[in-house]
Ligand binder design. Sequence first.
Ligand code: NCD
Length: 305
Amino acid sequence: MHLVSIDDLSVSDIEGLFQLSDGFLEVSARPIKKVPTLRGRTQVNMFFEPSTRTQASFELAGKRLSADVINIKGSSSAVAKGESLKDTVLTLESYRPDIIVIRHAQVGAARLATHFTRASVINAGDGTGEHPTQCLLDLYSLRRVYGALHGLKVAIVGDVLNSRVARSNVFGFRKMGIEVRLVGPPTLMPPGIEQWGVPTYFDVAALEEVDVIYLLRMQLERVQGRLPAVPSLREYSRVWGLDPYRLRAGQRVMHPGPINRGVEMSGDLADAEQSLILHQVESGLALRMAILYQALAPQLEDEAA
Ligand code: NCD
């Protein structure tokens, strides 16, 4: 089973992942944080774009499930010598991996990889395309904090234009009954935003009534060659940057990381109790264990029968 887009999953698939994650959260609280579930299976992590959280949590998730995990990094692999994605995947396919986790700068890279391997492919971010496991871990974090997701109001704020997280989260959050709105300067909204089916606001006042403010990082690395969509980071921060005093009582803040302290949020907001950022990271490990398990569940169940 592949996980390329958040649309690959139904509401009950997602609820099933939450249940599995609850169990894996409990495994991570034990002194010996390991179960034999994926013993003898091979997981290849292919990261052709920088990553801290996603890479570390997929590696640790595989290890806690007892899989053999190897990591291929863009800058130190033959990709840096010009090897194509196809050839890299075909080469690794010779080792008969069971799972390939892939992050790549090109939209559609994970989908492409599914054509060259029998392994389950998990999209860990394809350019500005999608980041389904981020969406799932955010949903799981929200479910842990609020209990129910239905009816929750979330604003996704900032650089929607360049954000794969925004794409996956809008679709995944709506699927689970969350009321989503996009908020930010018009220059950071992608063309065709009307078709996303969620309201868009160009004013910070639109943050007032939501339960959760989900801040996005300004993705300057994706701007190459184009004019930046905001005059300067300082200007952006003055209008859109949040600090604890701009939050209403009871509001919480999320961010996929890495945060730019002093740009989309102040350092003291990142460290404040309203911030769910580290809760998201913790949820991410358990949720990614659930995804790895789920990816191989049909085989595991066949073999057990
Ligand atoms: C995000 C990503 O890579 O898309 N980070 C992450 O996976 N935690 C968001 C970002 O880079 O801003």
